[in-house]
Ligand binder design. Sequence first.
Ligand SMILES: Cc1cc2ncn([C@H]3O[C@H](COP(=O)(O)O)[C@@H](O)[C@H]3O)c2cc1C
Ligand SMILES: O=C(O)c1cccnc1
Length: 336
Amino acid sequence: MSATFTTLAEFRTVLESAPSADPTAIAGATDRNGQLTKPPGALGRLEDLAIWYAGWRGTDRPTIKAPQVIVFAGSHGVCAQGVSAFPPEVTAQMVANFEHGGAAINQLSKLYGAKMDVHALELDNPTADFTVAPAMTEAEVVSALRTGWDAVDPNADLLVTGEMGIGNTTSAAAVAAAIMGGTATEWTGRGTGVDDAGLARKTDVVARGLALHDVSDPLEALRCLGGRELAAIAGAIAAARTYRIPVILDGFICTAAAATLAKTVSGALDHTVAGHLSAEGAHRKLLDAIEKEPLLQLGLRLGEGSGAALAIGVLQGAVACHSGMATFAEAGVAGA
Ligand SMILES: Cc1cc2ncn([C@H]3O[C@H](COP(=O)(O)O)[C@@H](O)[C@H]3O)c2cc1C
Ligand SMILES: O=C(O)c1cccnc1
């Protein structure tokens, strides 16, 4: 079903009317979990994950057969301020690399049996430099939200949203600071690996962006400080909610985009889990703010959806055990 909203106000209404998890499936899965051939709680967080997944899929014995990974790419006018260790043309070059199967996310998607789609959003038309003007007009941010929404396959049973956009850790830091409060210093990290002078420049850029725009509304923060790929991620996560497709969040950029939804409507990220803790400095702080505990901590700082894709394996493990294991009664195993 293609996106129905044409303004930010309409998008907010869509978020407000989003469905919840199925309480019957949650109760059934909780009951089943208690009967499986293991000591109670012995599968740790996998047990909560399986029950959470069951609730969103509306069945007490779910399977994961059709994961979808979507990588959204965007170009950032703020690159003119010298905020990345890499030149902006790397974004389009990496999109070509995704299309030829050569990036990290291609290998991980293949490994976990996920369909991978790539959506490049107007790479030849960068967003405005947010130290000078709002990154996007309302029409532009809504268009990117709609691209994200329409990219989600309604028949997928798990979604990973990834991104590519040189300069986007600057946008993500600015969005995070705007919606969560605090200083530019607290939210700005090294991204692709800027040196100390680069980090100071980047922090100043974030501070100037925060000073320039009225971002008391989280979706306005996304518009004024974000980028097309961040908005597309937000749109995709919102679409997944309407289809009851669980989502695994990736690193700092993906989480900043997602957090704009949680700040708009409380509970808007209930169908999501945090795939991993990125090495980007403020990711922990951002995950704490949205009350998500990451599944993995591997020191990744890549983006593309890579950390979330690795966590597909964890979720597949949780669901395989939950739905495939025998109960004590079935296996004739004595209880405690
Ligand atoms: C070759 C290459 C591949 C990448 N894949 C993801 N990113 C990551 O780095 C970028 C963000 O860092 P910054 O804000 O410092 O530019 C994003 O494109 C992100 O996805 C990459 C970056 C590079 C250079
Ligand atoms: O956390 C991320 O996703 C990230 C961090 C640094 C660079 N690119 C992505």
